[in-house]
Design a protein around this ligand. Structure first.
Ligand code: 8LH
Length: 465
């Protein structure tokens, strides 16, 4: 086996390295090598990461001792699939008992360089502690993936996401800085900021842009209100994470049409930073490639947590290969996706999620025996003429029946909407297999997301969190 570029644990990258400017790859060998050879190296690495975690974390030692498992047992991927998954509840419990970072921190507290966290709107927030060396490695990983998207030193990268506890914006920024880009950490979320983003985008004409997909659509609306065509920003690469959208066909098309840029989907979970380890590339812009030498991505049956074959649907389970602070070993995502292994036009030999991540298992609506993904409703509405760009899905119980109401913005005048409602309801019913009542509301009246969208209002108390 030729030596994989800079492949060791703990990881440390040459901070002065930049690839050959003509190469589409940051690490040509690691990215295009025989996947079987890569898997063999990853298996050894998994054992190494587990040995490290076993030695430095009471959390992992406790969990694995309870099932009689030792890192040395991991001699095959079948053995690795039996490692118990880590759940968010377990992390919360560990942080409750060992505040503030839990007993899976694995580095000395003096090593911590950044602290981030969940917003904590639905319970105790989780704290993410990232070590100084890990932050550099994350920056290297993200720079490498940005390179794969076609971003180059000297390009301006506009980051239009919350700079707060949210790791998305900071992770994108760290990668752009390491890539020697001109970083524009614009942020998002403050009063009047979207209109100011329009001005700054028109003035600075960045090459690359990062946000959530919902926010890009909002920005396009605000630009139009300001009488500026978003194509005038001259953006070439728009990369997104945080929620489904960039792989939802009509959402993706709406962003591409509005801005005239290539849309790239990426993102796993904040805990999994370098979260861009699932990402499309300039040469394979659809879906997301799983950069298996940065994070080991499995797609698993959501009850047994064994991997499903390529072609099948399952839930992503993630393992860090390069983190030493709070390394995640088989973190259960609770998301849904499908994976395939095929030849990628960009030449990278990674598996792919052709439809991205469609949503969270706990966001799926169970109604009258059918499972409805909120993204299916979004995808459909964006193909309907006179749709105003925003909606809510309300599920309620009347008597013994569950009913689904889609409150959709409509650009038609009040008196002309009956046909829109009837046609849209019929279309949704034939797509989803459940009866849907569409109620139209005026365009631009439902609140837009500045971060991640929350469009489902489930009024039944028995099935939801
Ligand atoms: C996604 C996607 C995507 C995330 N397609 N669903 O942005 C990446 C990191 C920083 C992030 O958002 O982390 P956070 O806040 O922990 O949320 C993770 C969840 O967000 C993840 O489990 C998914 O449900 C969703 N998500 N990126 C679809 N590209």
């Amino acid at each position: 086996m030729t030596r994989m570029e800079d492949w060791h644990f703990p990881a440390a990258y040459d901070q002065s390295y930049l690839p050959d400017p003509l190469s589409p790859y940051w690490f040509p060998h690691r990215e295009t090598m025989d996947p079987e050879e890569r898997n063999a190296a990853v298996l050894e690495r998994l054992r190494e990461v587990m040995e490290y975690a076993y030695a430095t974390s009471p959390f992992y030692r406790r969990t694995w001792d309870a099932v009689d498992l030792e890192p040395a047992d991991i001699t095959s991927f079948e053995a690795f699939e039996q490692v118990p998954v880590v759940t968010k509840d377990e992390m919360r419990a560990s942080q409750h008992d060992h505040p503030p970072f839990g007993d899976y921190l694995c580095v000395d507290e003096s090593e911590i360089h950044h602290i981030h966290g969940t917003s904590g709107t639905t319970g105790m927030p989780t704290a993410f502690a990232i070590g100084r060396r890990d932050w550099q490695v994350i920056a290297d990983n993200h720079a490498r993936i940005l390179w794969g998207m076609g971003v180059r030193p000297g390009d301006t990268v506009f980051v239009a996401a919350l700079f707060s506890l949210y790791l998305g914006s900071w992770g994108a920024l760290a990668g752009a800085e390491r890539l020697h880009c001109r970083s524009l950490p614009f942020g998002a979320g403050a009063q009047g900021m979207t209109a100011r983003a329009v001005t700054w985008l028109a003035r600075t004409r960045p090459k690359a842009f990062y946000a959530t997909p919902s926010y890009a659509l909002r920005l396009a609306e605000v630009a139009e209100q300001e009488k500026i065509d978003p194509r005038e920003f001259g953006l070439q690469v728009m990369f997104f994470s945080g929620e489904p959208g960039a792989s939802v066909p009509t959402v993706r098309r709406a962003i591409e049409d509005a801005f005239g840029a290539t849309v790239i989907d990426c993102g796993t979970m904040a805990e999994m930073t370098p979260f861009m380890s699932a990402s499309a590339t300039a040469g394979t812009p659809d879906g997301m490639l799983l950069w298996q030498d940065i994070v080991w991505h499995e797609v698993c049956d959501p009850t047994t947590f064994r991997t499903v074959p390529f072609g099948a649907e399952g839930t992503p389970v993630y393992t860090h290969l390069e983190r030493t602070s709070q390394p995640m070993i088989r973190l259960a995502s609770n998301d849904l996706t499908r994976w395939v292994m095929e030849d990628n036009p960009c030449g990278r030999t990674y598996p792919k999620l052709p439809d991205g991540v469609y949503g969270r298992i706990d966001d799926m609506i169970h109604i009258r025996g059918e499972n409805v993904y909120p993204t299916e409703v979004d995808n459909y509405l964006r193909s309907v003429e006179h749709y105003g760009g925003e909606h809510r899905i309300v599920v309620r119980r009347t008597g013994s029946m569950d009913e689904m109401i889609v409150r959709a913005e409509c650009t038609l005048a009040d008196g002309q909407r009956a046909e829109f409602e009837r046609r849209t309801g019929a279309g949704l019913q034939s797509l989803l297999g459940v009866r849907v009542t569409v109620e139209s509301v005026d365009a631009d009246t439902l609140e837009r997301a500045e971060h991640k969208s929350r469009r489902v209002v489930d009024e039944r108390e028995h099935t939801r969190r």
